[in-house]
Design a protein around this ligand. Structure first.
Ligand code: SAH
Ligand code: SF4
Length: 326
């Protein structure tokens, strides 16, 4: 599909046709199973100041926490016992020897308790190549780093000047070179963003040849600079756009893993299942201990409930990206 066709479908004039096509592509490639990744929100302490995110350094209303080793091990054990086969360690971004060591040691603990049977994904932001290599060698073989928006203009308007578009792209290239199954993604419905930008985001993911994608609606957080800036799309439209983005990406990149995100179900409870029907094949139940979970507020009113019964779950399977395997 070229840019014009993507824009045509994103505009919503042919949803039935689009979803029929994407559903067929999904059935013929990754199939109907849903893979689980237990999400462990390690810490909301962050050194960066992204304009959209509630965890940003300058937000002094956040009660900051960091999970203990015991908490992380308990969450990993929960994932093991419930046959999730895979966990994600996500955190605010810190770049320090202490943080690098901590992640490395947690990876060792998880490897030990699971005897290597839990696939671990990291989502710990921009790091240098040596750090990415250390974590890879310690057992993390998947990494999520969103581009947020593939438009450098938008990227620069939603980040302080200390966060650089080219650096972000380079990090994603490095992750691939190191050997990670590499995931990226964007926020949908950002201020300044148009349908054309979203079409470009899809083409960018294709050109980067990513293995996995997590993308969801942008949701305002009141205590952030972007929280009061208008978006072109209201919340219902962001939900519809996210479903179209998932469907289009499935058609463009049939063999990748695509997550149906928490942000999507935050805006519309039923949409998480709908995204699975039209193209996504991964969900990430939150397994962070609940006393800390309430403080990991990337955006307002984050959804916390998830009913796994509605999905055809591949229990006990790590669900490696077919695209990566090829
Ligand atoms: N610090 C790491 C991981 C945590 S943030 C990082 O930045 O990569 C994980 C993701 O949360 C970000 O990539 C961003 O896309 C998403 N996020 C942050 N604020 C958001 C908001 N207001 N609405 C929707 N998604 C948001
Ligand atoms: Fe920190 Fe990630 Fe939020 Fe940016 S998006 S402020 S790096 S947690």
């Amino acid at each position: 599909m070229n840019r014009d066709e993507l824009i045509y479908y994103l505009s919503g004039v042919a949803d039935d046709e689009l979803f029929e096509r994407s559903t067929a592509v999904k059935a013929a490639t990754v199939g109907g199973k849903v893979y689980l990744r237990g999400l462990i929100e390690l810490s909301n302490i962050c050194a960066r100041d992204c304009f959209y995110c509630g965890l940003r350094l300058s937000n002094d209303r956040v009660v900051r926490y960091e999970l203990s080793d015991e908490d992380v091990v308990a969450a990993a054990r929960y994932a093991l016992d419930n046959e999730f086969a895979s966990v994600v360690i996500q955190s605010g971004e810190l770049r320090s020897e202490r943080f690098t060591d901590r992640i490395e040691s947690l990876l060792g603990l998880i490897r030990d308790i699971s005897r290597g049977s839990l696939a671990v994904t990291l989502s710990c932001g921009e790091q240098d190549e040596a750090t990415y290599r250390r974590w890879f060698n310690a057992g993390a073989h998947r990494y999520l780093l969103r581009i947020e928006s593939s438009s450098p203009t938008i990227f620069n308007r939603i980040h302080p000047s200390s966060i650089n578009f080219d650096d972000r792209v380079e990090c994603i290239r490095v992750l691939k070179r190191v050997g990670y199954q590499t995931g990226s993604g964007v926020m949908i419905g950002l201020p300044f963003q148009t349908i054309g930008d979203l079409a470009d985001d899809l083409l960018w993911m294709k050109s980067m040849d990513i293995d996995m994608c997590g993308m969801g609606p942008y949701i305002e957080h009141a205590d952030t600079p972007l929280g009061s800036v208008a978006s072109m799309f209201d919340r219902e439209e962001r939900v519809r756009l996210t479903l179209r983005m998932v469907a289009l990406l499935r058609i463009l990149m049939p063999a990748i893993n695509i997550a149906s995100t928490t942000a999507l179900s935050t805006l519309n409870h039923g949409a998480r299942l709908r995204a699975i029907e039209v193209g996504a094949n991964v969900i990430m139940p939150n397994i962070t201990p609940s006393s800390d979970r309430v403080h990991y507020n990337l955006y307002d009113n984050k959804a916390t409930d998830l009913d796994l019964e509605q999905f055809d779950i591949a229990y006990g399977e790590q669900g490696t990206s077919l695209h990566y395997r090829k």
